[in-house]
Ligand binder design. Structure first.
Ligand code: MN
Length: 128
């Protein structure tokens, strides 16, 4: 299971480092971007197995970035999970409706996060 490449798009440096450290500790390879633009560039270049996408980013909204990924045949099939701070009523439905494959709220659970990611990665496997 280890070794999948996960792209983390998150503009909060502390959150980014926490997520990266938790994933690397579990054996995942990571790519990191602090803006949607950089995330899109890395996604096209590296075709990660999974993208963890913050919603509030300095340049593009995470939902808009998702739209660009889905519009490009090279990145359209990547599993993209929203990472968002607020758990407002209706958020989950709105994000899943926008086409995200999953949804995790921040602050993330240090104990549960790696298993949540593994679950998303397994679902994202071709034919799985
Ligand atoms: Mn943010």
């Amino acid at each position: 299971m280890a070794g999948e490449l996960i792209l983390i798009v998150e503009d909060n440096e502390k959150n980014l480092k926490l997520v990266r450290d938790l994933l690397q500790f579990r054996g995942y390879r990571t790519l990191e971007a602090a803006t949607a633009g950089e995330g899109l560039r890395l996604a096209v270049e590296h075709r990660p197995d999974l993208i963890l996408m913050d919603i509030q980013l300095p340049d593009l909204d995470g939902g808009a970035a998702l739209g660009r990924l889905r519009a490009d045949p090279g990145t359209a099939g990547i599993c993209v999970v929203a990472l968002t701070a607020q758990a407002m009523g209706g958020d989950r439905e709105r994000l899943l409706g926008a086409g995200f494959d999953g949804y995790l709220t921040k602050p993330i659970s240090i104990r549960e996060f790696p298993d949540q990611v593994r679950h998303f990665c397994e679902r994202a496997r071709p034919g799985g």
